[in-house]
Design a protein around this ligand. Sequence first.
Ligand SMILES: Nc1ncnc2c1ncn2[C@@H]1O[C@H](COP(=O)(O)OP(=O)(O)OP(=O)(O)O)[C@@H](O)[C@H]1O
Ligand SMILES: [Mg+2]
Length: 467
Amino acid sequence: MDLPESTRDVALPKDPLEMIIGQGGAVEAARIASRQRRHLLLVGPPGTGKSMIAQSLAHLIPPPKQELAVLHNFSNPERPMLDVREFKPCSGSREDGVVVPISKIPKYIAEKLGCRCDICGVLSTNPQVCPNCGADKQMKRISPFEDFVSASAMKTKDRVYATRKCPDGKEEIMVYERADGDKVRVYDQKSLTKVIDSEVRPRKVIVPLKRETFIQATGASETELLGDVRHDPYGGHPEVGTLPYMRVVPGVIHEAHEGVLFIDEIANLGYLQRYILTAMQEKKFPITGRNESSTGASVRVDGIPCDFILVAALNMSDLPSLLPPLRSRITGNGYEVLLKTYMEDNEENQRKMVQFIAQEIVKDGRIPHANSNAILAIIHEARKRAKMIDDVAALTLRLRGVSGIIKLAGDLASVEGAEFIEKKHVEAAVKRGKTIEEQMNERYGSLWRAGMSEYGRVERGDGKEVA
Ligand SMILES: Nc1ncnc2c1ncn2[C@@H]1O[C@H](COP(=O)(O)OP(=O)(O)OP(=O)(O)O)[C@@H](O)[C@H]1O
Ligand SMILES: [Mg+2]
């Protein structure tokens, strides 16, 4: 393999999933999961990249579009209302009302919005000048029936109010607003009531638009997971207490709405797995006070969205503790992947190891780069570990351990003031970085002997004595 002079010369990938080496199957599944919004179950031993895959996946999904809020319900304060606002990816404007092309709205409204020329009648989105006849749309022509005062007030507007006759004979207010491109947003009475309602009612944002797309729920309690309504010693009294809608707290399942919910050691969640299952199925979950003796217990907000991608990680031995219906939900709409613990020792994979070493050094940010001899020594260590742990002639993918050696070697080089991590630093790090088990093995010959040696001699089960 052509070795670079040092890891400084190694180009690092921009795509976070390409930073994960040797786990082709898992990376491919994560890529599809990010695009198609599928779930992922990652099974494998510690330090093989499960958390890293989940984080990289979260980087790839688009930013959230919805903001979740609760509104004060004047007639029944203990049932706050849900307010979901949808934002467009770039404009940040609200999506209420109906968007229609300018050709579909009345002519006089289109003129007032500056979308129709009052001379030639051509529709266009330029509110200043007509692209057809060049007429100035802002300069209003005075008809014999208008005076100067009303004429000056008739310049084009971004929003026009009008009324329309409903089939039942009643008049209804309509609002026309310029939207993107050649479109106009039309609000009828119903959508206006909705807009005005949510603007007038006291409101609390529980899941903001700008939020992380990677949410961890490892070891979460029931309230952390599902949300809660806080206790108020004054029982929500309008003057001295705190109104119920103000006490609504979202769970991580709601915070992960439109993002990734990552649960490490998912089997440890025990009975809470059932709630995850329901949330995944319904894509919404109510928030209610979870402590029965609290005043929050009588408050409830239904239907709060929680449309997340679940990435669950698990050790192989815990697979039987994973709730079967939850597992089938994941595999029914996603992938389960067994992570690899080693990769073939060939040139391509050695190059990946070089990339990994460079990545770890750059990520750490406090240690110098590694020269070519140090790179070879680290690859040698990866080989040794594959042999020692998995008993194969390969390169290990239990990379947290290797990462530890790189950092330790980096610290030694740093303390010495060396420009690069050198072979001797790696060798010293390997010596120092031995696990307790390895140290016991070396000192006492076996773990069993190490445990017993404090008594000087022990009796084995067969009655023979061991020194
Ligand atoms: N396949 C890999 N490619 C690149 N780096 C890796 C890979 N696997 C592990 N690492 C490195 O090891 C570190 C630990 O990995 P990670 O936390 O993702 O492991 P994990 O499988 O989640 O472990 P645990 O079961 O202990 O939570 C990562 O931060 C990364 O530096
Ligand atoms: Mg992890």
